[in-house]
Write a protein that binds this ligand. Structure first.
Ligand SMILES: [Zn+2]
Length: 362
């Protein structure tokens, strides 16, 4: 699986999709993101429904024109966020056969996210890669909850596919066809994961995602990540939702995943934590973090450091500026520091994917 064709061009795989949850990769504009060698973005349908509203985005010509991004855009179903609202301390939602009922705070009226609405909203955005609504669970939830999650996930995926077909008909002759991905749930139970994958494969989707908690208490990938990839097989693109650390991403790639999205590189950049490849090191695909270092820009040792963050990096930050200057910008709280750091971390991820794609690891 080397490429996924979409209405906005071919996405070269494997690909890292930065999270532009609210139609913005924080601190950057679309031109900055493209300049990092990033091929596609991930937006979130639930957040965009709240602000500015998916119908407003449609009025503005769709998500690509709205945010100035010309390449493929994937949209999350919002299921994970609705689940978080429902199970969070404030209990701002609930789940039923119909879908999710939720609100962002108690002053708001309750809204319902059904599988049909989830697809309609993603069509309003004009996404290239759509995700079916799924019912996420906590790994420690009981067997009855895991069973119910699989029943909901499969039934909702079927309804999503039907709605997807209806929307395609209404859309008529437009160039390219968006892709519909389903998400495999089932917690830590191999039999449930197997059943969920088989039932989704029977319905038939363009790609499949790993759903649920991918990381264990020690920060490593759970066994289910490899298991789901094997269940889905090699004929489809596979998305490892929310897998973010470089070593976990490389590890998941070795299990056959092609697409990744996570807030980690952009959030870490804003927390002054940057990534740098160790000179000459090959990328490990066994989960070890021995091929890169974290550079903590607030450390005083960088105050007089004339070197760039990573001497081998070709990003704007490393080409033009020293660690000393970036340290200074962070010290004075200059907004530009957040932009430069985010550009660097996204470029690091794009280079990581280049290395995995080249197969050399180094
Ligand atoms: Zn750089």
């Amino acid at each position: 699986m080397n490429v996924l064709s979409t209405p906005h061009g071919d996405l070269v795989l494997p690909a890292f999709l930065p999270d532009g949850t609210r139609a913005a990769v924080r601190t950057l504009d679309a031109g900055d993101v493209a300049g990092c060698g990033i091929g596609a973005l991930m937006v979130n349908v639930l957040h965009l429904s709240s602000k500015p509203g998916t119908s407003l985005v449609a009025e503005m010509g769709g998500i690509h024109r709205f945010m100035g991004w010309e390449g493929p855009i994937a949209s999350d179903s919002g299921g994970f966020q609705a689940f978080s609202l429902a199970t969070g301390a404030k209990k701002l939602g609930s789940v039923s056969e119909q879908g999710f009922t939720y609100r962002f705070d108690r002053r708001q009226d309750k809204k319902i996210l059904t599988p049909e609405k989830c697809i309609q909203k993603q069509f309003q955005l004009g996404s290239d890669i759509l995700f079916c609504l799924d019912h996420c669970t906590h790994p420690e939830a009981g067997a009855d909850v895991q069973r119910q999650s699989v029943e909901h996930t499969v039934a909702w995926a079927r309804r999503c596919k039907q709605e997807f077909g209806r929307r395609l008909e209404l859309r008529g002759e437009a160039p390219g066809r968006p892709r519909l991905f389903a998400v495999v749930q089932g917690g830590e139970d191999v039999a449930l994961r197997t059943e969920c994958a088989e039932r989704l494969l029977d319905i038939g989707f363009d790609g499949y995602g790993f759903g649920g908690w991918p990381i264990d208490g020690q920060g490593h990938l759970v066994e289910m990540v490899a298991c789901v990839s094997e269940l889905v097989g090699g004929a489809f693109p596979k998305h490892a939702l929310g897998i973010g650390k470089p070593e976990n991403l490389a590890h998941a790639y070795s299990f056959g995943y092609h697409m990744f999205d996570c807030v980690l590189p952009t959030r870490d950049a804003r927390h002054k934590r940057l990534f740098s490849f160790r000179p000459g090191a090959r990328v490990s695909t066994d989960g070890s973090a021995d091929f890169y270092d974290c550079v903590y820009m607030q450390d005083r040792k960088h105050a007089r450091d004339a070197d760039p963050v990573d001497p081998d990096c070709d990003c704007l930050c490393c080409r033009k500026y020293s660690r000393a200057y970036l340290h200074h910008l962070f010290q004075i709280g200059e907004n530009c520091a957040y932009r430069l750091a985010t550009i660097h971390n996204l470029r690091f991820y794009a280079r990581l994917l280049d290395r995995l794609r080249a197969g050399s690891g180094g």
